[in-house]
Design a protein around this ligand. Structure first.
Ligand code: URA
Length: 307
């Protein structure tokens, strides 16, 4: 049997045993792909067959049985996924393997690979969507947050909850829209919470390291002129544990040659609503605007100066 077909079988087994999936619809592309893998003639389709690449909240055709989060991470199979760009073995993510002739195509290809990622099986088992990123593939400015929260997990888009609405206002204050920048997170899946426990948790070091290749690839494709790291976890995910956000914010650092401005996470501003704290973040963003040679009005220079 071919190696990819072995991987398909492992993946199907994984879906059955660990995700509780009983029935999987097989797309035409998947059927064709399996035929190719199995040699000519009828495809010896692993049972149950392979799902289509998952990109939407309604990704499962059958409601799986409740999933027990494994206590210890079992080895994850190489995942074979049918994407718009063909068959991909998605456990390896060398950025040079990203196909597509435009940045948009390359990001789509990466997003498709991420959408079937199960490198963190405990997160894959609980997530509704993989929250890959949103915005202009040619953006000069890219914001990096921590990880999706509940709302982002449901909608499949980063920063759409309360903190996200504040981020959208901050972007607007800069004279930009969400569509003109790019927004992504260090970790693409919502960090799982104990059943019945609300709120969010910080992703673990291992989760951040496991997911890092996706963000690295996104940044390599987009090639923004500047990055803004929102909060301590975003800085840690990009540069490691180099200091507190209070000591790092306001001074440009570098991520693989790209200027990186650390600032407070919008959720910090939701907790600390004084103009003094808002002004700190705003001054960090003014520095970013200067670095991008964006026009800055007198009115913008004066935001949050009054107490
Ligand atoms: N907080 C983050 O860091 N990222 C999101 O996408 C939402 C909230």
């Amino acid at each position: 049997m071919s190696e990819p077909l072995d991987a398909v079988r492992q993946y199907v087994q994984f879906l059955r045993e660990r995700e509780g999936v009983r029935k999987i619809r097989l797309s035409k592309t998947a059927r064709q792909g399996l035929k190719v893998l199995a040699g000519s003639g009828r495809a010896t389709v692993p049972s149950p067959a392979l799902p289509e690449a998952r990109t939407s909240p309604e990704r499962r055709s059958v409601t799986p049985e409740p999933v027990q989060t494994p206590k210890t991470a079992a080895p994850v199979p190489n995942i074979v996924a049918w994407t718009s760009t063909g068959l991909s073995l998605s456990n390896e993510l060398p950025v040079e393997a990203v196909s597509g002739s435009t940045k948009a195509e390359q990001l789509l290809h990466l997003a498709e690979r991420a959408s079937v990622c199960v490198k963190c099986p405990h997160l894959a088992a609980r997530r509704h969507t993989v929250v890959f990123g949103v915005g202009d593939p040619d953006a000069r400015l890219m914001f990096v947050g921590e990880a999706p929260g509940e709302e982002e997990d449901l909608q499949g888009e980063p920063f759409v909850g309360r903190a996200g609405q504040l981020l959208t206002k901050m972007i607007a204050a800069m004279g930009l829209s969400r569509e003109q920048v790019y927004i992504a997170n260090i970790v693409k899946c919502r960090p799982d919470m104990q059943p019945g426990v609300s709120g969010n948790r910080k992703p673990t070091k291992q989760e951040m390291e496991t997911c890092a290749p996706y963000l690295r690839a996104q940044i390599d494709v987009i090639k923004p002129t500047a990055l803004v790291a929102l909060g301590a976890t975003a800085v840690e995910g990009l540069l490691g544990p180099i200091g507190t956000i209070g000591s790092l914010r306001g001074k440009f650092l570098e991520y693989r040659g790209t200027p990186l401005m650390p600032t407070y996470h919008p959720s910090y501003l939701l907790r600390n609503q004084s103009n003094t704290e808002k002004r700190k973040v705003w001054e960090d963003l003014l520095k970013v605007m200067e670095r991008l040679e964006m026009p800055i009005s007198e009115k913008q220079r004066g935001f949050f100066l009054k107490n």
